[in-house]
Write a protein that binds this ligand. Sequence first.
Ligand code: UDX
Length: 431
Amino acid sequence: MNVGIVGSGYVGTTVAACLAHLGHDVTNVDVDRSVVEAVEDGRAPVDEPRLDELLAEYGGNRLRATTDYDALSDAELIFVALPTPSNEDGSVDTSVVEAGAESLGPVLAERGDYPTVVVKSTVVPGTTADLIRPALERTSGAVAGEDFGVAVNPEFLREGSAVDDFLSPDKLVFGTDDDDRAEDALCGVFAPLVDAEDPPVVSTGTREAEMIKYANNAFLATKVSLINELGNICKEHGVDAYEVAEAIGLDDRISERFLRSGLGFGGSCFPKDVAAIIAAARAKGYDPELLQAAMDVNDKQPRRLLSLVDRHVDVAGERVAVLGLAFKPHTDDVRNSRAIDVIRGLRERGAEVVAYDPVASENMRDYFPDLTYADSAAAALDGAAAAVVATDWPEFADLDSEFDAMATPVVVDGRRVVTRREGLVYEGLTW
Ligand code: UDX
């Protein structure tokens, strides 16, 4: 099929490359020329495993990129994968998506072939029906349901495994409002994936599809906060939360996944999406206490880690190593990383922070330009009065004699990655 994608960020590029891989002719529109050039040259504009190989294979041929919306005039389906950042109060800023929809108007005008616009961006229930659809109608002069289709198809990609997640999904969600042609178009574009992988396909309304994305992320984020709350209680009782998690995970209804307690969740999705659905609920007059608690527990974890440091060392004027800056391993993304709060807390205490991350230091410079960034864990640990672990990079499990160079060998592990050994004063956050 001839498919358009508006937005070439991490979701848009992954979807574009994967749809090309499924055999479609894909046109990616983005306002950023450097991104467009990268795609055209067969280079991935974002750092994501396997994306490079897909871009190298399809970029410039089956996958084209341009800044010109007119290039979408023959597209049968147009996915909108534009960012939905947070406002100050946590609510979703839909201005980019709305502007994108307005730019699509002329592409939908006088077509006669019923193209379908598919919203991939994460938006609160009702946004597609009440904001995007009217924006498309207003700028095209065409009528949704008569001249073009509208659908919602949320994405559940994780950073670091986005391509694999797309190509082996747990489920596909197709949201349409009594629009069989739009749903047929979605079935058509995903047919090669459905034939190969046979994922469950959820056919539902646009509002429901929008909510499914939030419910999915809110559930997972709350699961992490729940195991963190239980982990905090475990710690107070001298119990290892990981032993408890392993046992409760044997109950199918609980499952062993997402039970790693510690410093909490970060990244571009969980904090933003939970805040957004809280704000959306409040706007409707409902106070979501449990989701707010999930956010509060998440905010609390860095403070608990710092209080464990305080138990052993007065860090004022001391060098403290922060190991791991990325919000999770295998990414250089530091957005909402728990390491940010940890570093802030250490600096408030007057510590001289020396940070190390295998790949994320450059991005952390945007938040802390004047921090000392070491180029190895060993260099960060050298002379440190304490070390805190904020990201579960596997290489931290191999640290051993490197701890000998510390001034005092105190390690507070927020991710249960360091291998304990003789001579180390080791504190786990929830164990
Ligand atoms: C998440 C969702 O998994 C994905 O479906 C959605 O589309 C986007 O948001 P991502 O943010 O890439 O993906 O990361 P994920 O691997 O889910 O981890 C999120 C955060 O939770 C990380 O900070 C991670 O360290 C933390 N986490 C996860 C835990 O603290 N414990 C766990 O058991 C699992």
